[in-house]
Write a protein that binds this ligand. Structure first.
Ligand SMILES: Nc1nc2c(ncn2[C@@H]2O[C@H](COP(=O)(O)OP(=O)(O)OP(=O)(O)O)[C@@H](O)[C@H]2O)c(=O)[nH]1
Length: 302
C-alpha cells in the first residue's frame, strides 16, 4: 500500500467536543479537554495513524462571536486551519437544540470546496429520533441547491462509539503523499507547548471560578538533564496583583498543588522524571501583547 497523508480541519462551536474527538482519533492525549468553553487557545495538531495513512488533525479553537482581540485571533486561527484541508469536520453537540451559533459557520462553509463531514457528537446522551431529523436538516441540499455536507457521522467521542468508522473514512479520503511526520511522532505540538497546555489545564481545573480567562502560560525553558529527566520552567502570566495572589494561594499552597498535578501528568506522558518550575508574573494587558500571541501559536489579528 502506498503512503497517504492529509490534513483534516476540525471546527465547531466551543464545547462541541473537538478536543475529545481528536484525542479519540489519535488514541493519545494531545489536545486539552475541559468542561469550560473556549479553552483551546493554541492550535494543537494531532496525528492519527491508520495502516499506511497519516491523518493530520488541526484541532482548532472554537468558533464564536469574537469580541476581544484575543478571541478574534482564535477565530482567525480556526479558519486558517480550514484553508488547506483535505476535509473539514464540523463537530456539533447533538444534544443542543438551539443552533444559532452554527449559522455563521454553515454560511461560511458554503463557499468551501473541501469535502465536508458533519459529526454529530455526544450520541451517548441524546435521544435518537430528533438526532435523525437534525442530520437530515443539516446534511440535505440547501435552498440554493448546494450541499451543506457530503457525509454525516454519529459518534460519541467520549465512549468511542463510531470513532473507528469515522477514522477509517478519513483515512480513505487522504491523498497519496509521503508522510509529513516520523512514525513515532504523534503530535507536532512541541513538547514544551504541550507542557504549557497541561499547566494551563490545571489552572482552569483548580481556579476557573476566580480566574476566568485572564491568565496564560509562557514556556520559558525546556531542557534534557544528563540523567534523562526533563527540566521545565514556565511563567504563569496574569493581569493583576490580586490574581497573582490567587494563583499563589495561601503560603504558596495553590501554585504548589498546580505544579504537582501538572508535573505528575507530564511525567506520565513523557515517560520520564520531570522537574517543573512555575513562576507567576503580572503583566497588565497581556492579552494585547504581541509576543504572547506568537508564543501560543496564533497569528496577530488587528
Ligand atoms: N456525553 C458526552 N460528552 C462529551 C462527548 N465529547 C465531549 N464531551 C464533553 O464535552 C465537553 C467539551 O469537550 P471538549 O472536547 O473540550 O470540547 P471542544 O469542542 O474541544 O471545546 P473548546 O476547546 O472550547 O472549543 C467536555 O466536558 C467533554 O467531556 C461525548 O461524546 N459525550
Amino acid at each position: 500500500m502506498t503512503d497517504k497523508c492529509g490534513l483534516v480541519a476540525v471546527i465547531g462551536a466551543p464545547n462541541a467536543g473537538k478536543s475529545t474527538l481528536v484525542n479519540a482519533l489519535v488514541g493519545q492525549k494531545v489536545a486539552i479537554v475541559s468542561a469550560k468553553a473556549q479553552t483551546t487557545r493554541a492550535r494543537l495538531m494531532g496525528i492519527a495513524l491508520q495502516d499506511r495513512v497519516q491523518i493530520i488533525l488541526a484541532d482548532t479553537p472554537g468558533i464564536f462571536a469574537p469580541k476581544r482581540r484575543l478571541d478574534r485571533a482564535m477565530v482567525a486561527a480556526a479558519w486558517e486551519g480550514a484553508q488547506e484541508a483535505d476535509a473539514i469536520l464540523l463537530v456539533v453537540d447533538a444534544r443542543k437544540k438551539r443552533r444559532d451559533d452554527l449559522e455563521p459557520i454553515l454560511e461560511s462553509l458554503k463557499g468551501r470546496r473541501e469535502r465536508k463531514i458533519l459529526v454529530l457528537n455526544k450520541v451517548d446522551s441524546c435521544v435518537k429520533e430528533p438526532l435523525l431529523v437534525m442530520a437530515e436538516e443539516l446534511a440535505g441540499p440547501g435552498e440554493d441547491g448546494t450541499v451543506a455536507f457530503d457525509e454525516v457521522f454519529f459518534v460519541s467521542a467520549l465512549t468511542g462509539d463510531g470513532v473507528a468508522e469515522l477514522k477509517t473514512r478519513l483515512a480513505e479520503l487522504m491523498p497519496e503523499s509521503p508522510w509529513h511526520y516520523p512514525e513515532d511522532q504523534v503530535s507536532d505540538a512541541s513538547e514544551r507547548l504541550l507542557a504549557a497546555e497541561i499547566t494551563r489545564e490545571q489552572i482552569y481545573r483548580k481556579l476557573h471560578d476566580e480566574l476566568p480567562y485572564d491568565s496564560a502560560i509562557r514556556p520559558e525553558s525546556y531542557t534534557h538533564r544528563k540523567d534523562g529527566s526533563i527540566e521545565i520552567h514556565q511563567q504563569i502570566v496574569v493581569a493583576r496583583d490580586s490574581q497573582k495572589a490567587i494563583v499563589l494561594g495561601k503560603n504558596g499552597a495553590m501554585i504548589k498543588a498546580i505544579g504537582e498535578t501538572a508535573r505528575k501528568e507530564l511525567s506520565e506522558l513523557l515517560e520520564t522524571k520531570v522537574h517543573l518550575f512555575l513562576h507567576v508574573k503580572v503583566e497588565e494587558g497581556w492579552a494585547d501583547s504581541r509576543d504572547l500571541f506568537e508564543e501560543i501559536g496564533l497569528d496577530w489579528v488587528r
